[in-house]
Write a protein that binds this ligand. Structure first.
Ligand code: NAI
Length: 392
C-alpha cells in the first residue's frame, strides 16, 4: 500500500475529484468508473461509496471556460485528498507548457509512484515476467523538468553563455540551446524518505537509488549521496547498505542509470523499490511498463504531503481517440491503487483479480490483442463491462 495518512475508519463516503482528460481520456474514464463503483459495492455493499466530483482541465475546460486550467479546478485540488485524472495533451516544441508539469509543480506533487507488476495472460518480451514486481518512486518537481531552457541564439542564451565563459571559465559553444538542471537536497531527501518509508511499510527488501552521478556529480551524484544520508540518518534501524549484515533489513543500494536499464531487463527480481530523479524516473517507468504489457497497463500516482493525485500514465493516444479502442487498465488500476490507499483494500483486490481474470480469458483491447495469439479484440467500453461482470 502506498504510504499516506490513513483513512479514519467509519467514513463511508470518500470524495474523489476527477478530470476526464483529453484524447482517449473520456473513454477510459467511462469504462473505468463503473468498475470502481461496482468493486466498492461488491466489497462493502451500501456501506461505502465514492463521491465523484468533476474538475475541468485541458480541452474540455478550454471549450467550456476559455481556460485550460481554471482557477476553480486548482482551488479544489489544493483542498483535496484524492483525485484522479486522464491524460492531458501537450503540444511538442511550442505553445503552452505541459499541464501535467504545471499541476505537479503548482500542487507540489513531488513523488510520482508507479508500481510495475505482471498480470497473467499479458504477453511480455521477458521470459519470466512474473519476476517483475517493482515500484518506481520518481522525483517530480526538479531536474530538467523545471523547464528552465533558453533557445539557441536567443538573447538569454547568449548572455548565459557569456556569463559561463567570462565568470566561470566554462566554454559553451555559441549558438547552443541551454537547459538547467536544478536538484536540491530537500527535494531529493523527501523523495528517498518516501521510498524508504514505503519499503518499510510494505515489507519490501530493497531500495535502489538510480542516478547518473558518474557524469553529473553535483546533481545526480548528489542525489545518490543525499539518498544514502536519508537511509543512514533517518532510518538507522531499518536500512543497511552493501556489505552490512541484512538481518531482514532494507538494503539501500545504488545503480548507475544506464546499467540499471540493462539489469532491470535481465534480472528484474533484483529490484523492488527504485528511487530516481525526475528524468531518469520518467524513462525508466515507461521502459519497465513495457515489460508487463505497456503503458496501457501501468498505473501511477503523484503525491504531495496532502494530495494523492492518481493518473493514467500514458498520454492522450491521439491515434486511438474516439475509436473505442483504448485500454482502460492504466486508469482503472490507478483507481485500484487509490482504493488501497484509502484502506479499501478489499475493493482494490477485487479489481486486480477481475483484470487478471478477463485478460486470462483472452477478450482484451487491441493493444493487448495484437501481442498474443488466440485473443478476441474488444472495445474499451466492452472491456469495462467484462471487468464489471468478472468482479466477484
Ligand atoms: P501516448 O502515451 O499518448 O501514446 C503512445 C502510444 O501508445 C500510441 O500508439 C498510443 O495509441 C498508445 N497508447 C497509449 N495509451 C494507450 C491505451 N490506454 N490503450 C491503447 N493504446 C495506448 O504518447 P504520445 O503519443 O507521446 O503523447 C500524446 C499526447 O499525450 C501528447 O500531447 C503528450 O504530451 C500527452 N501526454 C500526456 C501524459 C499525461 O497526461 N500524463 C503523459 C504522456 C503524454
Amino acid at each position: 500500500m502506498i504510504p499516506f495518512p490513513k483513512e479514519q475508519d467509519g467514513l463511508m463516503r470518500q470524495t474523489v475529484y476527477y478530470i476526464e482528460g483529453d484524447g482517449i481520456g473520456p473513454e477510459i474514464w467511462r469504462a473505468s468508473r463503473p468498475v470502481l463503483d461496482a468493486a466498492v459495492e461488491k466489497a462493502y455493499g451500501q456501506e461505502r461509496r465514492l463521491d465523484w466530483r468533476e474538475l475541468l482541465a485541458g480541452e474540455k475546460a478550454l471549450a467550456e471556460t476559455g481556460q485550460l486550467l481554471p482557477e476553480e479546478s486548482l482551488r479544489a485540488l489544493r483542498g483535496a485528498r484524492y483525485a484522479i485524472k486522464g491524460p492531458l495533451a501537450t503540444p511538442v516544441g511550442a505553445g503552452f507548457r505541459s499541464l501535467n508539469v504545471i499541476l505537479r509543480q503548482t500542487l507540489d506533487l513531488y513523488a510520482c509512484i508507479r508500481p510495475i507488476r505482471y498480470f497473467r495472460g499479458v504477453v511480455s518480451p521477458l521470459r519470466h515476467p512474473e519476476k517483475v514486481d517493482m515500484v518506481v518512486f520518481r522525483e517530480n518537481t526538479e531536474d530538467l523538468y523545471t523547464g528552465i531552457e533558453f533557445q539557441s541564439c536567443s538573447p538569454e542564451a547568449k548572455r548565459l553563455i557569456a556569463f559561463l565563459r567570462d565568470e566561470l571559465g566554462v566554454e559553451v559553444a555559441d549558438g547552443a540551446g541551454i537547459g538547467i538542471k536544478p536538484m536540491t537536497e530537500a527535494g531529493s531527501r523527501r523523495l528517498v524518505r518516501r521510498a524508504i518509508g514505503y519499503a518499510r511499510e510494505t515489507g519490501r527488501p530493497s531500495v535502489t537509488l538510480m542516478h547518473k552521478g558518474n557524469i553529473m556529480k553535483y546533481t545526480e551524484g548528489a542525489f545518490r549521496a543525499w539518498g544514502y544520508a536519508v537511509a543512514r540518518e533517518e532510518f538507522p534501524d531499518v536500512c543497511v547498505t552493501e556489505g552490512e549484515a541484512r538481518e531482514g533489513k532494507i538494503l539501500v543500494t545504488d545503480v548507475i542509470a544506464d546499467a540499471l536499464f540493462q539489469s532491470a531487463l535481465l534480472y528484474p527480481e533484483r529490484f523492488s523499490v527504485i528511487a530516481a530523479p525526475n528524468l531518469n524516473g520518467d524513462y525508466l517507468s515507461d521502459a519497465l511498463a513495457a515489460q508487463v504489457g505497456g503503458l496501457g497497463m501501468a498505473p501511477g500516482v503523484n503525491m504531495s504531503d496532502t494530495l494523492a493525485f492518481y493518473e493514467a500514465t500514458h498520454g492522450t493516444a491521439p491515434d486511438n481517440a474516439g475509436r473505442d479502442r483504448a485500454n482502460p487498465c492504466s486508469f482503472l488500476l490507478s483507481g485500484a491503487m487509490m482504493l488501497e490507499n484509502m484502506g479499501w483494500t478489499e475493493a482494490s483486490r477485487r479489481i486486480e483479480s477481475a483484470v487478471e481474470t478477463v485478460i486470462a480469458r483472452g477478450a482484451v483491447t487491441a493493444d493487448l490483442a495484437v501481442q498474443r495469439e488466440r485473443a478476441t479484440t474488444v472495445g474499451c467500453r466492452r472491456f469495462g463491462e467484462l471487468l464489471v461482470e468478472a468482479l466477484t
